[in-house]
Design a protein around this ligand. Structure first.
Ligand code: ADP
Length: 152
């Protein structure tokens, strides 16, 4: 399993407005993942249509777009062992009411349309989402001084 797997994690507008983004950064960092990209940005409709292209036909699609455009999004990229799957576990289930306490959605959210955070659901979609949200030169490569204490 590669220590250089990457995932795309976005704190949605509600998570930014509710000042939950430091908690998200803390949880991913303290788990041992390395932050390699971060920016606060207003997502454009075109980008969101591409990002959520598989949900286009869903009845909640228009409200999902307006939710995601209702304020700035904190877009981040994290690197580490099994980070895509582990990241989804840190997030919890899509429906916060079905998310276990201890997960981000389980601890901080109630409604699906206000579920705080997005995380890529596969290595393949992570690659696609990272390329969609970040330019290559916005991602940084550096040696983490924590690595020797996290990986054996
Ligand atoms: P996830 O974000 O957990 O990968 P999906 O890709 O299925 O979940 O859905 C994307 C986002 O669309 C969800 O995070 C949520 O904000 C919203 N969403 C999904 N299903 C519903 C629903 N039934 N009603 C309202 N919003 C929904």
């Amino acid at each position: 399993m590669s220590n250089t797997e990457r995932t795309f994690i976005a704190v949605k507008p509600d998570g930014v407005q509710r000042a939950l983004f430091p908690e998200v950064l803390r949880r991913f960092s303290q788990k041992g993942f390395k932050l390699v990209g971060i920016k606060l940005t207003f997502a454009k409709e075109e980008l969101l249509r591409e990002h959520y292209s598989d949900l286009q036909s869903k009845p909640f699609f228009p409200s999902l777009l307006s939710y995601m455009m209702s304020g700035p999004v904190l877009a981040t990229v994290w690197e580490g062992k099994d980070v895509v799957k582990q990241g989804r576990a840190l997030l919890g289930a899509t429906n916060p009411l079905q998310s276990a306490p201890g997960t981000i959605r389980g601890d901080f959210a109630l409604d699906m349309g206000r579920n705080i955070i997005h995380g890529s659901d596969s290595v393949e979609s992570a690659e696609k989402e990272i390329a969609l949200w970040f330019k290559k030169d916005e991602l940084v490569s550096y040696k983490s001084e924590m690595y020797g204490w996290i990986y054996e």
